[in-house]
Every structure is written in C-alpha cells, then in structure tokens.
Design a protein around this ligand. Structure first.
Ligand SMILES: *[C@@H]1O[C@H](CO)[C@@H](O)[C@H](O)[C@H]1NC(C)=O
Ligand SMILES: *[C@@H]1O[C@H](CO)[C@@H](O)[C@H](O)[C@H]1NC(C)=O
Ligand SMILES: *[C@@H]1O[C@H](CO)[C@@H](O)[C@H](O)[C@H]1NC(C)=O
Ligand SMILES: *[C@@H]1O[C@H](CO)[C@@H](O)[C@H](O)[C@H]1NC(C)=O
Ligand SMILES: *[C@@H]1O[C@H](CO)[C@@H](O)[C@H](O)[C@H]1NC(C)=O
Length: 360
C-alpha cells in the first residue's frame, strides 16, 4: 500500500471518528432499512410451497482462459434518489462495522500491525448478501445495521443490495482523481459444476472497478490453489501473493476482494529530511526507523481524557488522514492509529490501521 510506505508514525483513537461523523448534521432520523429497501416494501415469505427458483448462471470461463476482467453491461443504471442522505447514512454504517471489526482484530494477542478497510469489508459483505438465501440474508442485514424486524416468523424484509453497493460507489467517487485514487477488485472462484446467483455476480460488478468470475476444478486442491493464487497475483498488479492456503477437494467457492488506495499529501514530505529515530514498541523497547519530518500549520487536538494528540493531514480536496499519537504514559493501553477519511456528506473511513512495530 503506497500510503503505508509514506507514513512512519501514524497514530489514533477509535472514538474520534464517531464524534466526527455525528458532528454538523441535523437531519430527520430515517431507519437505514427504508433508505435501502426496494420501492415496493413487502414481507418476503421464507418458505413458500412453490418457491420461485433462484436465477443462476453457470460460469464457463475457466481460470486458464483469460486474465481480462469480466465484461459489464453497457447500460447505465438510473441515478439514485436521495443520494446525499444515503451516502451519509451508509458512511456511518460502514464506519461502525469497520470499527467493530477492528476492535475484535485488535483484541487478538498475536496480531501485529493491523490494516483494515471498512469500505471494502462492507462492500464484500453486501456482495455475499446478494448470493444468500432469504433466511441467511437476515443475519447479514443485522451485521450491516440495516435490518427491519419482521413481526411474523414466516417472512422477512429484505434490502436492495444493489442500491447499497451503488451508494458505496458514490462515496468512492467523492475521491478526487487523479491525485487520490481508490481501486476495488473482486474475485470469485467457483467449482466447475456449480452455479452462481445472478444477483451475486451483478453485485460483484456494482461493488468493484474490475471483477473476475472463474470456474475451477478443485479435485486436485494443491494444483487449484497454485493456479488461483497465481491468477490473483497476475490480476492485482502483483500486489497480492499466496492469498489462499489449505484448499480441499470439497472447496466450492472462494471469494477475495482488494482495495488499493493511493493518496497524495497536499504538502509533500521532503525525502532528504527523513532521518532515523526511535519508535517505541512498548514501555521498554524501541526500534530504529526512518521518520518523515515536516514543519507547517496543521489542525491539532490534544485530548487529555483519551490521552492522545490528534493531527489532521490533508490529502487532496476531499480526503485527509487523521493521526493519533498516544501520550507516552498511555502506550501500553493506547496503541498508535491512523485513519484515511473521505470528507463530504459522509466522512467515510477508507482505511484504518494500527502500527505496533513499523519494522515488521
Ligand atoms: C409494486 O407493487 C404493485 C402492487 O403489488 C405492483 O403492481 C407493481 O408492479 C410493483 N412494482 C414494482 C417495481 O415491483
Ligand atoms: C447449472 O445451470 C445449468 C444451466 O445453466 C443447469 O443445466 C445445471 O443443472 C445447473 N446446476 C445446478 C447444480 O443447479
Ligand atoms: C427521497 O426524496 C424524495 C423526494 O425526492 C422524498 O419524497 C422522499 O421522502 C425521500 N425519501 C426518504 C427516505 O427520505
Ligand atoms: C476435474 O478433474 C478431474 C481429474 O483431475 C476429472 O476427473 C473431473 O472430471 C474434473 N471435473 C470437472 C467438472 O471437469
Ligand atoms: C501468471 O503469470 C505468469 C507469468 O506471466 C504465467 O506463467 C502464469 O501462467 C500466469 N498465471 C495465470 C493463472 O494466469
């Protein structure tokens, strides 16, 4: 990740973004379900006697046939109504999911540096949601924060996943190219004798800049694994390697997604000013790493309650990075964090990370 390379000490605290996200807006509360439901809201019967068969497609492009992204429909979908309201609500849902995931990851003892994209996590889950049965769709909706409880046991209210994904793309398009860019790729590898839900495949396209659906014969799992990993490597500009391990002959489906964010500092760091300094890993130890140095006027906040200082570094017009530097005495509890954020109606978090040891 280019951005990661450009940063050395990058630091932050979880609560800050929730307070940024709620500041300044004064809108009427609308349950997220209503912003992302179909125009015709109806309770979908879970188990009807005569179920309409799920529309599926049989992927015929084999992994070895082509490394070109799948073709997309040329017709442009209708523009979404209430877009600013939708992006604002979606940004909050996405941030909340990302922070919950990040907290869980941080609790694991063995974790090193952590980097997570709430944007990518949310979009991936909505894509999988589109392939889920009505029953399975409900836990997804609950996790995403868009569920509307049904008062009947035999039916459920479903959101329109395509609208969610297109709203996510609208957040993405707030980034100003060519200085800052965000590129999303999605892959699905499916067993050669299985079919995929049409909605799911369309969802992969709604969500990503490029998508790949490939049929794979998993009967020889080691061979399939090498091929799949090589395919991802070749189609991700060599950015991802050996993603999947331990495939088995019973593997049916593999899903992968990636987000690549490249930001440019509004005020560039001068490479000749970089010098080697101590980065504290914990109270006792430190490692030597190159620190980038820049002097200028920056928005800054010192928070004695949360024992941290926050600095805002501008990227392009609508994106910025928040660095949270924990106070020295807070080091054992409060690890260094950073957030990359898109401003606008939404303050959506693109990336969120924690650096425990920059030399790992
Ligand atoms: C909405 O529901 C009405 C009545 O149930 C139906 O006539 C109409 O076609 C539906 N519209 C859509 C977009 O599904
Ligand atoms: C997959 O779709 C093909 C036609 O597209 C159909 O012949 C086949 O039976 C389907 N397979 C499954 C497992 O549903
Ligand atoms: C969306 O906008 C329309 C007007 O364009 C308005 O009538 C409607 O109430 C809005 N929907 C929501 C959920 O706010
Ligand atoms: C997968 O490969 C095995 C041999 O490696 C072959 O027997 C089997 O027919 C293949 N399955 C499909 C669906 O092509
Ligand atoms: C990936 O690229 C390498 C080198 O060009 C090639 O040998 C390999 O077959 C490619 N793998 C796939 C799955 O296309």
């Amino acid at each position: 990740m280019d951005l990661q390379k450009k940063m050395n000490v990058v630091l932050l605290a979880l609560l800050i973004v929730s307070y940024l996200a709620t500041g300044g807006t004064n809108r009427v509360y609308v349950h997220p379900f209503y912003l992302f439901s179909f125009e015709n809201i109806s309770c979908e019967v879970i188990q009807s006697k005569d179920p309409k068969p799920l529309e599926t497609i049989h992927p015929v492009t084999r992994l070895q046939d082509s490394t070109e992204p799948d073709p997309r429909p040329s017709t442009r979908p209708k523009t979404l109504k209430n877009l600013s309201q939708r992006t604002a609500v979606l940004a909050e849902l996405q941030n909340s999911l990302g922070l919950r995931m990040f907290e869980k990851l941080s609790c694991r003892k063995d974790t090193g540096n952590i980097l997570l994209s709430p944007f990518n996590a949310f979009g991936s889950l909505v894509t999988l949601y589109l392939g889920a049965s009505k029953k399975t769709a409900i836990p997804y909706q609950q996790l995403l924060g868009v569920n509307w409880e049904s008062d009947r046991a035999d039916c459920v209210y479903l959101i329109d996943g395509h609208t969610v994904l297109r709203t996510l793309q609208a957040i993405n398009s707030l980034i100003d190219g060519p200085w800052d860019e965000l590129r999303t790729l999605v892959w699905t590898f499916v067993s050669s004798d299985a079919n995929l839900s049409k909605d799911y495949v369309r969802g992969m396209q709604d969500f990503s800049d490029a998508s790949f659906v490939r049929a794979v014969n998993f009967s020889q799992p080691e061979e399939a694994e090498a091929q799949v990993n090589s395919f991802i490597h070749n189609t991700s500009d060599s950015k991802m390697e050996n993603l999947f391990t331990a495939l088995s002959p019973s593997t049916n489906l593999l899903f992968a997604s990636s987000v690549h964010f490249k930001g440019s500092w509004r005020t560039a760091f001068q490479p000749e000013k970089t010098n080697i300094q101590d980065f504290r890993i914990d109270k006792k130890s430190s490692v030597k790493v190159p620190f980038m140095i820049h002097t200028g006027d920056y928005m800054h906040l010192d928070d004695p309650g949360r024992k941290c200082s926050i600095v805002k570094l501008s990227l392009s017009k609508r994106t910025y990075m928040l660095l949270v530097l924990p106070h020295v005495e807070a080091f054992t509890v409060n690890r260094p964090f950073f957030f990359a954020i898109i401003e606008g109606t939404s303050n959506a978090i693109l990336l969120l990370g924690k650096i425990l040891n920059p030399t790992i």
